[in-house]
Design a protein around this ligand. Sequence first.
Ligand code: SF4
Length: 161
Amino acid sequence: MVPIIVSACLLGVKCKHDGTENFCPEVMEKVKSYPGVIPVCPEQLGGLPTPRVPAEISGGDGHDVWDKAARVYSRNGLEVTPSFIKGAEETLRIAGMFKAGGAVLKSGSPSCGCGWIRDGSFRGKHVEGDGVATALLKKHGIKVCHEEETRLIDSFFSQQR
Ligand code: SF4
């Protein structure tokens, strides 16, 4: 058994950009029976307020942000890349502190997105890719799934890294 990181909004924490949550009963049901559940909100950990202006990655995905080929902008045009980087690094630091072996993160988010994110146009279009925090966790060998892949959670817990 290893601890697991979970997007705090999936557990009902009101950390979403509009001050609400993304409570997911399936994730809660799955993880509550396990020890070592660590709720994180990378955007809050990066120092952004709640509520906050929504942001999207422009020019690629989270991996491209780490390669300095893409940046994160809020809908009002302000660059918020440094906050997203700080939040991802803090998330990784927390994962290291508790030796987390997996993460269940919120799909679509520019921080937590896993497999798909929004395309940077603020028009609701989706593109393949990962958010900034997800990309960093993956780079460090932490397995990430999103809330619709809760069947994968057991395998995270059954393996040591
Ligand atoms: Fe949820 Fe992640 Fe967005 Fe925070 S950054 S509100 S945890 S999706």
